[in-house]
Design a binder for this molecule. Structure first.
Ligand SMILES: [Zn+2]
Length: 127
């Protein structure tokens, strides 16, 4: 892959990540559960007040009670989704976060490739 295409890919992935992050923040604000607890600042700061925060708290309580039989957060989350305890916005938040992490992994790969090109150029004395 040419250095130009690597640089273009890096720029696109950076923009994509920024876009996904902004989208995730916007979705988080629209949480239907969060809307019910407007004004409860402490609750929100504790990570509650959103479906994700509530599921997380439930998972944590469960893990504290039985650290060895602890189910993964993902399992608890899937259950909560099936039970209808999670609003669409919070599901979007999690999906967007997964996409952002994927873009982050790709970005790390592109940066590593750029570094390899840089090392080669430095060795060849062309930079
Ligand atoms: Zn929600």
């Amino acid at each position: 892959m040419s250095i130009e295409s690597l640089l273009i890919k890096q720029a696109r992935l950076s923009d994509l990540r920024r876009h996904l992050k902004a989208q995730g923040a916007a979705e988080a604000e629209m949480c239907e559960n969060g809307k019910r607890s407007v004004g409860q600042v402490e609750h929100l700061l504790m990570g509650g007040g959103s479906c994700i925060g509530d599921v997380y708290q439930g998972w944590k309580d469960c893990a504290d009670a039985d650290p060895y039989g602890e189910p993964s957060f993902e399992e608890i989350w899937e259950d909560a989704v099936l039970e209808g305890d999670v609003c669409q916005h919070c599901q979007n938040v999690r999906n967007l976060k997964k996409q952002r992490m994927q873009a982050g992994r790709e970005l790390a790969g592109v940066r590593a490739a750029i570094t390899r090109v840089g090392r080669r150029l430095a060795k060849e004395g062309t930079a």
